[in-house]
Ligand binder design. Sequence first.
Ligand code: ADP
Length: 599
Amino acid sequence: MALYKALRRKRDKTTSLGGWIITVIGLLATILVTNEIIEKNRKEDKIRIDYEIANILRRTQGRMDRYVATLLQVRAFIMNTERINPEVLNQYISDSEIQDRLPGIQGIGVTLFTNKNRKGEFEKEWRKFYPEFKIWPDTPERELYSAIVFLSPNDWRNRKALGYDMWSEPIRREAMEMARDKNEAALTHKVVLVQEKLGEALPGLNLYVPLFRKNTALMSDADKKKAILGYVYAPFRAQILFKAIFSEYDMIMDVEIYDGETLSPVNLIYDHDPQVPKTNASISKTIDIYGRKLTFLFTRMPKFRPANDGLKALWVLVFGFISTLLIGSVWFLTRRQMRIASIMAAENERMLKKEKEHVAARDEFLSIASHELKTPLTSLKLQAQVMLRAINRQDPNVYSPERIMGLIKQIDTQTTRLTRLVDDMLDLSRIRTGKLRIEKRPVELAEMVIDVVERLRPQFVERIGEIPRVKIEKNSVGDWDKFRIEQVLTNLLTNALKYGNDRPVDVIIAGDDKMAKVIVRDYGIGIAKENVSKIFERFERAGISASEVSGLGLGLFITRQIIRSHGGTIDVESEIGKGSTFTVSLPLEKHEYYRDQVL
Ligand code: ADP
């Protein structure tokens, strides 16, 4: 505890500041690095996503270009073949292995225009190739018809489409007009292919390339309208088309494709993985494919492992924080150890000094004690020798009552002095071994003080001609050890006599309901300020030598121990040359803790 307090006291500001600076810089660095990592990972993720999106769009665009190229190739074949008929065309297409090379295409077809006057003849002509050929729907009657006259492969599904007038259907017609007017390939909006079974209604797309009469100028729209014979076209089922485009490729982004720019379910033509719901983070991109705007909506697939998954950054953060705290703790601990070491060294030094002082005080005590013991003994021995010599000389005066009285008085004084010295030493050893017993009984303070004063009457009268003047301000009855408190009073009064410059001594009995006070005041030599705190220590004599005033330097030490064991205090006020005032305060309540306490 003492060490802890010393540590707190000693913790200098710069040491703490150093530790805090290290910790704060470490934590800031950790936050900066974590932030940097998050930022870097975010950028990395963005690059991956941007690349993926660009890749998907490029693939879609590229595949559509290849379909258009194929349609142009078929158109060229048709235009440059003398006797073109479905069989030859079918053969050409199958030889071109278009289906294998460009999966996703539903077929390649040709549609030709006829008008209402030539409709019957047209149908008749084509029945040569398809016995049941008929333009449909045939009602209501229209000016211009465009009938599918060829669709490869010639399977049951495609055969269903033969004779269908695509010009009659507004969505297809719009794309057909666009292809004609621009003399370019054109893609329809979302349609339902005529090949589909009723009710299936899967979204489809048609891609048209215009077929013009050969060697005709195509400058104006009117030229084009005049020269248009029909179209080479390709029907697609959107689901199959886009699946084919994306199938060879492991996508990390899900894609939904919408016809136009509005992302509503009616416009949805393709959903790569319906399990992946679109989110706020989904990214949309619109591209133009042969006159048609398609909007792609990209969403991260669950298998997309973001570089910025938070975990890496979290690890860095945790690791950085822990390391910083560790470094900070090591700094503080090392500093603390150093401080402990320096405090311990100071403490050892202090103890050593105290020990030295103690040894010196003890040595001095021994010399004082021997001196103190020897003085009365020498005096007794001298008296005995004088008496012996007188007896040997057969001096008759030796037996005179005055002489014998004087001798007995001397013996009494010296033995009293010896007894006091021995008693003090015994008390010291009792205090040291914890055997100073306090036995409390009710005691009346004034009575006890007067008793002690009376007992000391001979010494006082002999030395200063009067006994201490006792003034009773407030008398009390306390629960104290009478013998020990008498010892305290004797001590204080004897000191007042010893150090009182032969001046009168005052004793005041005072106090209140809680405390009884005895004040012993002398007007003697006083005590120097620097010695006031020392005089209650063992063997301390406040600069007084044994030859000046006799004493062991134990009285006040024992006094204080006795008063403390009663729960009281002793204070001193003093001024050199003016005298000292000792105030003893004793509690009046019963202090269980101090009752019969063994010290
Ligand atoms: P002793 O009197 O045997 O030396 P004490 O313990 O009674 O030992 O006193 C310790 C020291 O305190 C004394 O040596 C003396 O220097 C000082 N002292 C005690 N009482 C007084 C007093 N009334 N006036 C001046 N000095 C005193």
